[in-house]
Design a protein around this ligand. Sequence first.
Ligand SMILES: Cc1cc2nc3c(=O)[nH]c(=O)nc-3n(C[C@H](O)[C@H](O)[C@H](O)COP(=O)(O)OP(=O)(O)OC[C@H]3O[C@@H](n4cnc5c(N)ncnc54)[C@H](O)[C@@H]3O)c2cc1C
Length: 404
Amino acid sequence: MTAGPDPRVTVVGAGIIGVCVAYELQRRGARVTLIERDEPGRGASYGNSGAISEGSVMPLATPSVIAKAPGMLLDPRSPLHVPLGYLFRALPWLARFAAAARASEIERISRALHALHQQAVEHHLALAADIGAAELVVRRGHLHLYPDAAALAADQASWDLRQRFGIAFERLDRAGVEALEPAIAPRYQVGMFLRDHAMVVNPLRYVHKIAEAFEERGGCLVRDEVRAIRPRPAGGGWQISTAAAQRDADHVVLAAGVWSTTLLAPLGLFYPLESQRGYHTMFLGVPAPVSRTVVLTDHKIFATPMEEGLRAGGMVDIAGLKRPPDMRRAAWIAGLARESIRGLDGAVERVWMGHRPCFPDTLPRVGAAPKLPGLWLAFGHGHLGLTDSANTARQIAAELLAQR
Ligand SMILES: Cc1cc2nc3c(=O)[nH]c(=O)nc-3n(C[C@H](O)[C@H](O)[C@H](O)COP(=O)(O)OP(=O)(O)OC[C@H]3O[C@@H](n4cnc5c(N)ncnc54)[C@H](O)[C@@H]3O)c2cc1C
């Protein structure tokens, strides 16, 4: 199965996960082909909020989210929405999501998230420096904002969990919030500051720079669509059928985001992956009024100063891959950001929707595929794919190359 010292690896998908995996494998001596059907970074990785959130150890499904879900799901203005026409299809996934809110599951998932996030900021800083783009990863902390102490108390479980895992944060009063970010509206009286956190100030350029560095190190980036992957009939390894060609590899790493499962079903591997569609609004033409990621916790909106201007991102709709985006959701994000952050008057808005690849238990699938030697999974990173991309790459590279 293994091919001597330099295995041939094909990575499918050049989002942030695929480029990080391809780069890391190439850097450690594998011969890597990265296949992407579109421009690298145009999937979910294009429009994320840029937050490297090592402290996000609370799973998405919690008892309080489940308690609020019935009211939220059918309200198109709520941060979590399922259109009526998709509800029936979403039910099995939602049932698994509810099951993940059990106390024992929260314990298991939060431990796994903490393990996956280990030193994520350090690893992104190192990666950005290594590819000659140190300016793209900025460590200036994240500021989570609450209207008042009661709102913070309602979210106390997530801070208790962070504390248990040794994640550093400070509580700020209104004066402390203003000292850090004077543009925050008076509506927010309490802040929680995670000083060590970081942000990527242009997620698309980050993907492009990693892809360029991958090619400079001898990696091969191919623009093509993978239609099927199957074990070679004899001699081990894998066949990759694309729109344009048939290729062989010793190993395949599947990093095709929310589209990964369609390539696995013919191999008898079925995964409950669902798109959580998310939106952003970019505010262009005015300087970003905040200097770090700020989180409007009551609206579940992350706002990050990017190279082009402020980006406010959030919302979840579970509506599949085919329905048109509901751009009212991006407009609502814009309205909430304008109410909460001063200095956006006169900004021109640009909106976007993308597909977060989400498992009901929040956790991505990273590592060897069951019972299919040479096939590797690197998808399902949900809301934290940017954060976990560098660590996913390290894990896959270490495990795959250990088989040499
Ligand atoms: C609004 C929003 C805000 C977010 N904010 C954050 C944040 O602040 N911090 C954070 O850590 N995460 C955040 N995320 C999550 C993060 O963006 C995703 O988890 C991450 O981008 C997933 O990366 P990926 O490479 O798995 O998927 P994608 O970026 O979707 O890449 C998959 C790639 O595979 C390609 N592909 C698919 N099928 C094939 C095929 N058959 N052949 C060839 N190519 C194929 C696609 O074209 C695509 O380019 C956010 C997401 C959204 C939507």
